[in-house]
Each structure stands twice: as structure tokens, then as C-alpha cells.
Design a protein around this ligand. Structure first.
Ligand code: FUB
Length: 314
């Protein structure tokens, strides 16, 4: 691993990137990283992750900011300066839980989970930037989803977490999220306002972490199931369902109660990006690490169960 200090020609602006070569799972070995959301843009993969900062031996979620890593070959990676913190949302108390970045019309929208200051429970915010590595700023000045918007479905205060966004072939964007109940809603073209009532998807033993992707004519909705979490999935030919449950995609991740996946296609291959708790000696459910393994499909479009490996894709 080595650090590069770049001084932009415009003068005082300094940027500190860290570059490293992947040597197997976990991908990042010098800090704890969780809830990976991968994005493919202009022949590069970006991984957005929360920074697990819980000091051992404590066992609780301590996440204040997110990080971003990029690579054009999945081998050599660059960590860019922290592009976003939970407190960049003036209405948030903190707690940088799971998130996802998506591009639309040259802008990058980062949907995040945070704890609201004034409204009890978790909320979803959205930040925007002109570049996938930021700088990002709050796009609305308020949460797009708050806990009080979903109390008719569940009374828990942490059900509005883990946003994932998908733009369908007709240009309609959808926001999915949830814990114990999977929710979804249409987004306006501006990506920062809802364009439908909140709807639900009923998925067997849904815990959290929905992720939507498409391959050919099939939509896939993968999600964390039960606790400790396995990743399960359902398939449909329509984003609005009906979804057909297809079973387990990934077993419980080593040494971690959570598993939080994202799925991407890059240069003709499919990848399953998730976290485990495998860093010795302090790794675990609250000090997690991003991993990457290959994802394969069967002829009928179903996905083969992921084989988690120490070697990873390298
Ligand atoms: O990192 C905090 C929470 O743990 C995430 O929001 C969930 O998906 C689980 O991974």
C-alpha cells in the first residue's frame, strides 16, 4: 500500500489517495469496511462502503462516514479521500449505515441510511456530486424517507434503512429499502423526490439489504435473510413484481452476523461484493471487511450459490 499526495494545478487543493494491490479476501486490509455498494462507470468499478470504527472489544455499530475505492482492473485499487459523512446531512445525528450510489444524466446520487436528529428512527438521505468520487453534498436539505412514513407497516424505528436504487429501461427510477419489511417507491426524474406512494414487496424471511439488478429479461431482488444473515433472492420479469423466491444465494458470511451484498457486471463477468468479519484478531460483526467473489448463472437465469473464498477473484 502506498499513499500519493497530489497537488492540483489550481493551487492549494490537495488530494490524498491511497493505492493498494488486492491480495485476496478481504479486499481492504488496513481498515474495516462494511455494506459495500458497487458501481460500474466508464470502465471503472467504484465501491462505496461504510467505515466500521467500533474500538475492540466493544460490540456495536460505530460508523460515522463512508469511503470510496475505485479500480479499472479489480486488482489495483485507489481509496479516495472520504467523500461523505453522516453529519454532512445537517438534519442527521450520525450513523453512516448502508448506502448506494447511482449515476443519472452525469450526476451521481448517493442514497444513505442515517439517524435523524428530530424524527425518531432511521432515515434515508440523498447526496449529489458531479463525479463518482465527490465532493458530495446533501441534495435536498431533508430526508427523502423518515420512519414516520412507514409506521403503518411496522412499528420498529430501524425499518427505513439500506436504500438501493434502480433505473428501469424506460427511465423510471425506483428506490427500494427496508428492514423486516421491504419497501419501494418510484422516484421523480430529479432523483430526489418520491413519485408514488410507498409500496411493499413480500419476500420470505426478509431482514434487510435489498439490491436490484437485471440480466437479460430477468430482474433480480437479492436481500439479507434471517439473522445471522444469508443472502437470498427472488426473480421477476417486472420491477413491480410479482417476485418469485429462488432461495439462498450466499450462506452466512464468516465471523459476521451481516452479509450485505451488491452485484455488478464488469467487462463481461459478474461479481458478488459483500462483507465478512475475517480480519484477525479483532474482525467480527462490528468490524467488517469487504470481499469480492465471482457470481455465475444457470441456463434458466437462476443464480448459482456464491462460493465465498479467501483467494477472492485474484
Ligand atoms: O452497517 C449497519 C447495518 O448493518 C446495515 O445498514 C445493514 O445492512 C447491516 O449490514
Amino acid at each position: 500500500m502506498f499513499s500519493v499526495a497530489l497537488v492540483a494545478c489550481s493551487g492549494l487543493l490537495a488530494q490524498n489517495d491511497t493505492t493498494f494491490v488486492a491480495t485476496g479476501n478481504p479486499l481492504v486490509k488496513y481498515k474495516y469496511t462494511a455494506d459495500p455498494a458497487a458501481l460500474v462507470h466508464n470502465n471503472k468499478v467504484y465501491i462505496y462502503a461504510g467505515h466500521d470504527e467500533c474500538p475492540p472489544p466493544q460490540q456495536r455499530y460505530v460508523l460515522n462516514k463512508w469511503c470510496v475505492f475505485s479500480s479499472s482492473d479489480l486488482k489495483t485499487w485507489t481509496e479516495h479521500p472520504t467523500p461523505l459523512s453522516a453529519k454532512d446531512f445537517s438534519w442527521a445525528k450520525g450513523e453512516a449505515w448502508a448506502s448506494q450510489v447511482i449515476e443519472r444524466n452525469g450526476k451521481f446520487y448517493w442514497y444513505v441510511t442515517v439517524q435523524h436528529k428530530d424524527i425518531h428512527g432511521k432515515s434515508i438521505g440523498v447526496a449529489v456530486a458531479d463525479s463518482p468520487i465527490g465532493p458530495f453534498k446533501d441534495a435536498r436539505g431533508s430526508a427523502i424517507i423518515t420512519n414516520d412514513m412507514t409506521t403503518e407497516y411496522t412499528k420498529i424505528s430501524w425499518d427505513d434503512i439500506d436504500p438501493t436504487v434502480y433505473i428501469d429501461d424506460d427511465g423510471q427510477a425506483y428506490l427500494f429499502w427496508g428492514n423486516t419489511q421491504c419497501y419501494y417507491a418510484k422516484l421523480k426524474e430529479n432523483m430526489i423526490e418520491l413519485d408514488s406512494p410507498i409500496m411493499t414487496v413480500d419476500l420470505p424471511r426478509f431482514t434487510e439489504a435489498p439490491w436490484v439488478h437485471k440480466r437479460g429479461k430477468w430482474y433480480y431482488l437479492s436481500y439479507a435473510s434471517e439473522f445471522p444473515e444469508k443472502i437470498c433472492y427472488a426473480m421477476s420479469k417486472n420491477l413491480n413484481g410479482p417476485w418469485e423466491y429462488k432461495g439462498i444465494l450466499n450462506e452466512i458470511a464468516g465471523n459476521s452476523n451481516t452479509n450485505h451484498q451488491s452485484i455488478i457486471e464488469f467487462k463481461g463477468e459478474w461479481y458478488f461484493v459483500y462483507h465478512n468479519g475475517s480480519i484477525n484478531v479483532d474482525g467480527g460483526s462490528f468490524r467488517r471487511s469487504v470481499c469480492i467473489d465471482k457470481l455465475y448463472y444457470n441456463k434458466d437465469g437462476t443464480m448459482k450459490r456464491v462460493q465465498m473464498t479467501s483467494e477472492g477473484i485474484w
